[in-house]
Design a protein around this ligand. Structure first.
Ligand code: OXD
Ligand code: MN
Length: 646
């Protein structure tokens, strides 16, 4: 393994802790300080706001770490963390690239654990709709305040013994933006610290902000220690048997135990920006959504921004980094996973990407599918659970064409791999964690504190049958219905097995912070606040009767976006159907494309749609019942009538 990091030989503070100190005395005067008797090995305790200090004190008393490290976000600190992870075997260098690393998790810790992700409120109904008797609810999990406390007491006392507790101050959104929110993540995982540093704005300037505003989301994370006391895989400690991810919106509190996998441990992302974020957004009158944000410029220079909500691993990153096949069009990326949207004083809905990096699914990303991502990810990146090549690089399914001849592959579990192995080389949910600012098409306004103005919202999913390439909703209320009725084939991003068509309303099913029925009500009320964007539904994944994809996707999706833009400018380039507006033949620019079966791509089989309506009715009735606003049931009835008449 090549030696990458030069450790400083002398520091102004001597050599009295396991970590080397930052040479900057301003950020490293923790030498003689203690918190609850525990040595602060790095960071400046005296500069902490009292609320931050008490959060650390409580966490120290509970978790009993060996020492505390208050992160300053500096380069030197990052190098020390990388060094530590190298020594502990958590990461390996990837010498083929610049400052890139490969982490291999415990094979039992590879995805979000939705079944153990819970929201705590006094009343169950605040968190989840009441399903019909005998029906298992699928719209989140509730935990009572007493069980919440018990879950913590059963897992956390002493869970950081022998480890360092890191205190990570972070901002979701650019520091200067009124959209942005601040958090402190406390964790015992250097992998989490290094990844948070990529995914959020981390460091001392955030602590300064807290000193002024005193408000922040508290996020406590531990990879945990199994109750047997035996950590099977010391390079990736975790406690899969007892993993739990808890949220208490009333206290802006997140507590995550037992998993180091990103979706469960990088608490700024799903836990804060979506679950806690959606509860804050409801209170404050805005939207926190599982959406990419892109800017698209027409050949005449006119530019618009679009957001899109697709379930996990359905191509949000690919669309956010689209390389348009339509001549003269340009797409620029603001974000690939999360959008925070609110109206400005002129009634324009504006959005920011609260994240600072991309935590993208690696398999399927290639020069053919997403050349922009490929141009982004080979520097300053932490890869997790991808395969390794003998020339010091990475490999995953889809990267076949970039493999140099004669190169040997080691799979994500560290075993020699060949195409004949019969198993994927990279885990299907393997990831790259990479700074957004490196994306060659990052939008010049991606960090604009005012956000970008949104003209259209797309919903979508993986629908092999029945659902056309695109349709436009008839109104805002109909669009909200379309979001509520979303379904998609399951993916590897969570623990679900098999390719079933799951309901995934607003692509938020695993991420709602409060009762979905109330969430829909909130979406309906947004229309009263300003000028709402048009809402569309897209499906890149429809297959013909012989199982072939009817639409090539990727760069050709720019043709669909072009139609969206024309509709946003009020062009009458559509035909009305029972489900909404679709481009009439000739309205969608197919110039230069071969063999698109337009009729099949846009066909609306009556039986399919009657069955879809009945599935949706059953879902709404059994899962949400009276919590779902009447307007949405009316939309469903009207859709059924229109289909029957068609
Ligand atoms: C993600 C997800 O990691 O949606 O973005 O699972
Ligand atoms: Mn996501």
């Amino acid at each position: 393994m090549p030696e990458i990091i030069e450790q400083p030989k002398e520091t102004p503070f001597g050599n009295c802790t396991t970590l080397q100190r930052n040479k900057n005395p301003q950020t490293s005067c923790g030498l003689y300080s203690h918190i609850r008797g525990t040595n602060v090995s790095y960071g400046n305790v005296s500069s902490l706001a009292p609320s931050v200090k008490s959060f650390i004190e409580e966490s120290v008393a509970l978790c009993q770490p060996d020492e505390v490290h208050i992160c300053d976000g500096s380069e030197m600190e990052n190098k020390m963390l990388l060094r530590k992870m190298l020594d502990e075997g958590t990461i390996f260098p990837l010498p083929k690239y610049e400052n890139c690393w490969l982490a291999r998790t415990n094979p039992a810790d590879v995805a979000r654990v939705e079944s153990r992700t819970l929201i705590c409120t006094e009343q169950r109904e605040e968190t989840i709709p009441t399903p019909k008797e005998g029906v298992q609810g699928t719209l989140g999990n509730w935990i009572s305040p007493s069980d919440f406390d018990r879950a913590i007491q059963e897992r956390f006392p002493g869970c950081m013994k022998g480890r360092t507790m890191y205190v990570v101050p972070f901002s979701m959104g650019p520091l200067a933006s009124s959209f942005s929110k601040i958090g402190i993540e406390i964790t015992d995982s250097p992998y989490v610290v290094a990844s948070m540093r990529i995914m959020a704005r981390v460091g001392t300037s955030v602590l300064e902000l807290i000193r002024k505003q005193e408000e922040f989301v508290r996020a406590l994370h531990s990879v945990g220690t199994p109750s047997s006391g035996v950590v099977e895989n010391p390079s990736w400690p975790c406690d899969p048997e007892r993993t739990i991810i808890l949220h208490k919106p009333s206290e802006n509190l997140i507590v995550s135990y037992g998993s180091g996998y990103g979706g469960n441990s990088l608490l700024g992302k799903k836990c804060f920006a979506l679950r806690i974020g959606s509860t804050i957004a409801k209170r404050e009158g805005w939207l926190a959504e599982h959406m990419l944000i892109l800017g698209i410029t027409k050949p005449n220079g006119e530019k618009k921004y679009i957001t899109a909500a697709f379930p996990s691993a359905c191509g949000k990153t690919n669309l956010a980094m689209l390389n348009p096949s339509l001549p003269g069009y340009k797409v620029e990326c603001v974000g690939d996973d999360i959008a925070w949207m609110k109206f400005d004083n002129e009634g324009v809905l504006r959005a920011i990407n609260p994240e600072n990096g991309f935590f993208g699914v690696a398999p399927g990303t290639s020069e053919e599918t997403n050349p922009i991502a490929m141009a982004t990810i080979f520097k300053n990146t932490i890869f997790t659970n991808v395969a390794y090549t003998s020339d010091g690089g990475v490999y995953w399914e889809g990267m076949e064409s970039s493999l140099a001849p004669g190169v040997q592959i080691t799979d994500w579990l560290g075993r020699p791999w060949t195409k004949e192995s019969g198993k994927p080389a990279a885990h299907p949910n393997s990831r790259f964690c990479t700074p957004a600012g490196q994306c060659p098409i990052i939008d010049s306004h991606w960090e604009d504190p005012q956000g970008v103005p949104i003209s259209a919202i797309l919903f979508g999913g993986r629908r092999p049958a029945g659902v056309p390439l695109i349709y436009e909703s008839r109104s805002w209320t109909h669009g909200v219905f379309v979001g509520a009725a979303m379904r998609s084939e399951s993916t590897a991003a969570a623990e679900h097995k098999g390719k079933i068509i799951m309901h995934d309303p607003f692509a938020m099913r695993p991420f709602f912070g409060y009762n979905f029925g109330h969430y829909v009500q909130h979406w309906l009320s947004i229309e009263n606040q300003g000028k709402v964007p048009k809402i569309f539904h897209v499906n890149w994944f429809r297959k013909s009767s012989n199982g072939k994809l009817l639409w090539p996707g990727y760069g050709e999706n720019s043709r669909v976006l072009e139609w969206v833009l024309r509709r946003c400018s009020g062009e009458r380039c559509y035909t009305d159907t029972a489900i909404g507006r679709i481009p009439a033949k000739g309205d969608l620019n197919l110039d230069g494309m071969q063999q698109v079966d337009y009729e099949e791509l846009f066909s609306l089989p009556k039986q399919f749609w009657l069955e879809e309506v009945s599935q949706i009715r059953n879902y709404f009735g059994t899962q949400i019942g009276s919590d779902l606003p009447l307007e949405i049931y009316n939309e469903l009835d009207e859709l059924q009538e229109r289909i029957l008449k068609s």
